[in-house]
Design a protein around this ligand. Sequence first.
Ligand code: SAH
Ligand code: MG
Length: 204
Amino acid sequence: MMLLKKENTEFFNELMIIKEKALENHIPIIMDDTLEVISKILIKEKPKKILEIGTAVGYSALCFLEYLQEGGSIDTIERDEERIEEAKKNFAKIGVKDKIHLYEGDAVEILPTLNEKYDIVFIDAAKGKYPFFLDQALRMLKDRGVIIADNVLYKGYVMSDYNKHKQRTAVRNLREYIARVNEDANLDTEILEVGDGLAVSYKK
Ligand code: SAH
Ligand code: MG
């Protein structure tokens, strides 16, 4: 049986179990306030196809499901084997295998092989790769589509003069991401201080 809507108690209970387990295992799932912002965008956009980069155990993908148009689907990419197994179990448990396609492997290799068009691209993976993910997202984004990138402020490092951190490559690439989405004349971008920082870019 397929359980979709949050008002469906069984679906909601399963989702909460997945969330609790992920938090216990220190998996960096989407934060509640970030999810709230994204949900509002999805309600307005009514996406048919979502691309997610960074599945982890599937929590965010499962949260996005209820906002899909009838017949819509989510493609999501994960490279960590343990998380892939957990995500597969979670998708099977909720009975949504046909709505979520999990690509197993490095997004840097998988993205260039995709040729779909997406209404929403959600970037939530290796911070050092955000400029590359942006190129790929732009290539596959529909007109009036939205690119949403999580963790763009990275604990405040990105907007401070913090340069000596061991994560400086990530910081540099996140800064490049923000500069590019702000400067791109085809995008309308807002950087929101929600969660770990969320960049929302609307394609004009
Ligand atoms: N979107 C998830 C959380 C993702 S955490 C949620 O909110 O529920 C980020 C995930 O991205 C991690 O599981 C990590 O293994 C994965 N990841 C990081 N870089 C990646 C890459 N280059 N290709 C594929 N997966 C990647
Ligand atoms: Mg995140």
